[in-house]
Design a protein. Sequence first.
Length: 502
Amino acid sequence: MADWPPALLRKETLCELEARIKLDPESIALRFERACLLNEMGRNEDAKQGYLDVLTKCPGHVGALNNLGTLLYFTGYRTAARSAYSEAIRLHPDQPMAHVNLGNLFLESGQLAAARERYETALSIDSQFAEAHQGLGNLLAELGQEESAAQHQRLGHWGRQATELPYRGEAEPVSLLLLTSGRRGDVPIRHLLDDKIFRTFVVLPNVYDPDAPLPEHQVVFNAIGDADLCKQALDRAVTLMDRTFAPVVNAPAAVLGTGRAANARRLAEVPGVVVPRTANFSRQILAGADAGKTLARKDFEFPLLLRAPGFHNGRHFELVENTAQIASALADLPGEELTAIQFMDARGADHCYRKYRVMMIGGSLYPLHLAISTNWKIHYVTAAMAENAAHRAEEAEFLEDMPRVLGPRAMAALAEIQDVLGIDYGGIDFGLNAAGDLLLFEANATMTVLRPQRDRRWDYRRAAAERVEDAVRGMLVDKAKAKAKAKAKAIGIGSRRMCRSC
């Protein structure tokens, strides 16, 4: 329905505010209230101009600086957002929120020392500031300091029930319950949840009061994605889902089975898939004098890979050439348990490594990207695709005609992997060998989908990313509609039964 009552109320309130501003054009409070309302309505450019108008009249307005920074951040202008937050800190050093906002930007860009300084400054101002504890917890988790990270995350989320995210649409929203752990193992999905379609309530099963009712919702998205890192949160999410009749995307029980070692066992039987031998070992065993023999008894040969569970994008992931290098690898890897992975030489005839990423969305497969590099640790952002037109042309072919590029054997293998994993949202990272077999690197729910940067070199990638985004939103809307139809049908049947009994 187009005339959702809260949206109509916002429009009426905006008209009233604008009338009051005409009567009192110098009122900073009214102008700030108007800018905030425009932001709530999703009128980003108007809201941005509204905050700038406030800052023109009152350059030190801390609310306008913070809100403008956040708006710039969520619309992709990271550098401008940093400037707004920095100015808020310069003018109002005793306001913790600006420190946290800037810390989040630093954390996102990998500037961990700078991020830590901002979070600790915020906590020195207000030791109970929840957002600062959350940010510091995420930072410490990135450093592998799990015990300290967990302590700050508990403080950051203690006593919280559901958090409602802003809904900026005009039509009646799709109510979505988003389960998260509050840790780095969550699926990076928030940017795909269009706030003009979805009214989102965030729940953390680890801290949610088991006696509190869940917010009213039509569909659930379980964004707790890393089975190796977030087992406790997933276990609690399984229990929490006993309290809903709504469809659940990425059922927690299904995600629990997608750890690296578990996937290696399950997917090794899939025809056309080459799965690396994978096993978890304690740090104590790997640090021992017999580490090489222990690995050999598990059929591992050198070179092999060691990684700390729960990290992605190549963090805490090392190539070990021989027994003598185990100690130096352990010195760089956090955690008391590490994952050993058989090294698969995925180089092609040109001696380059290739990593394809295909997304699994609602039972269908979508190509997302192809990274080509001379380095075994290959990620799209480090693959130097921007500097190589031939590699970009090869990626374009994959995105335009995935079945032809991969071949029937690999396509059948991808479909089988999707069936075995049983998740509604996830991704598969892989290479190909000369026989057309799929060399599996990773398959789980934590895959990131990002739109290409504003650069003409990436125009060929935009349609593929948009197809994935549309598929995610379409899947969630369809599941919500199916639930609504089933509910309406049940009510209709009940009414007819009641009439017959009268």
